[in-house]
Design a protein around this ligand. Structure first.
Ligand code: TA6
Length: 321
């Protein structure tokens, strides 16, 4: 039944402020009407900056990071694919560099889409898509990992939020195994006042203790030295919720909430003073005090992708600052 004097749909105002997206010199910047912004270098499709509406930088970027494509960018969100860490011997990835080739090759910008919002409400998010395939790799890299793959990486900037999603497609006629991880350098004011909750009861491989496996027994992990751990979901079903939501706090106050989808593992890393001193592209040298890597991934085993199949994994960071 048609009501009398039914209000007409609010037209989408052609003048509602829209996200601004700019690409020049292989650097993409996007800014919402709210002021939230993100910067992505097509080299490695590396997010190098994520700022919330008040202009606060949420990611750590070394001031000595190579931004000229000469080596992976130190900081922001480097992408790890198809192998995490130093590649194993006698494996299809053996000839690849540490953390694979996704972070040290030039991706393509595939386009943007924004969440149209009715009426005068400004667009409250914008999704940026980036692509990488063998066509983007040099011959030498293609020979080192000779598979027909297609990657689409989506970065979604929202109000106080950054979502990242990786879609992996096997476009060839033979299966391949891969690992994938987002190597996110979160900015913190002081690592000694920072803690992470949501890891309790989760097994972890501790690279600082000869890669032995332990079980996290604290509900809040704090930092007093080099930390390099790959956490996997709790095996005991009675344990706390599986490793889905992590909360980073600083001085007891929430700073980030990290959620993950189809990424069962998470690496927690801070190199501390000595490791960072030895990293030529990590500056300033006291910068170890102001970052914490929370790295969602699928890295504790290999994901096999059959010919023609696809896989997707994602994470979202919400700033509470
Ligand atoms: O994700 C942690 C880690 O594997 C650490 O062991 C450390 O090597 C870090 O990555 C940095 O690796 P990169 O190759 O970027 O120097």
């Amino acid at each position: 039944m048609d009501r009398k004097n039914k209000p007409s749909a609010i037209p989408v105002s052609p003048f509602a402020p829209q996200p601004i997206v700019d690409l020049s010199d292989n650097v993409l910047t996007a800014r919402l009407p709210s002021g939230d912004s993100v910067t992505v270098y097509l080299y490695g499709a590396t997010v190098t900056s994520w700022k919330t509406a008040n202009g606060t930088e949420q990611l750590f970027l070394s001031t000595a990071a190579a931004l000229d494509g000469s080596k992976p960018i130190r900081g922001g969100i480097p992408l790890v694919f198809p192998v995490f860490g130093p590649p194993p011997q006698n494996h299809a990835t053996s000839n690849l560099p540490q953390h694979g080739f996704a972070r040290n090759n030039l991706w393509e910008f595939l386009g943007k889409s924004s969440s149209e919002s009715l009426g005068s409400k400004a667009d409250d998010s914008v999704k940026l898509d980036f692509g990488l395939s063998p066509a983007n790799l040099d011959e030498a890299t293609r020979k080192k990992w000779p598979y027909e793959f297609g990657l689409v990486y989506s970065v979604t900037l929202g109000k106080g939020k950054l979502g990242i999603q990786l879609h992996v497609q096997n476009k060839g006629d033979k299966s391949f195994d891969f690992q994938a991880l987002f190597h996110t350098y979160l900015a913190v004011k002081d690592i000694s006042k920072t803690a992470v909750s949501g890891l309790k009861s989760s097994p972890y491989v501790d690279k600082v203790r000869s890669a032995q496996t332990f079980t996290e027994d604290s509900s809040s992990l704090s930092f007093s030295g080099e930390t390099d751990r790959v956490y996997t979901p709790p095996t005991d079903s009675k344990a706390e919720k599986p490793l889905v939501t992590l909360v980073v706090t600083e001085g007891g106050k929430e700073s980030f909430v990290v959620t993950r989808d189809a990424l069962p593992d998470v690496t927690v890393w801070n190199g501390w003073a000595d490791k960072i001193k030895a990293m030529g592209d990590f500056e300033p040298k006291d910068g170890w005090k102001r970052y914490l890597c929370i790295e969602p991934g699928a890295v504790s085993s290999w994901t096999k992708l059959e010919a023609g199949d696809a896989w997707e994994g994602g994470a979202a960071y919400e700033s509470k600052l």
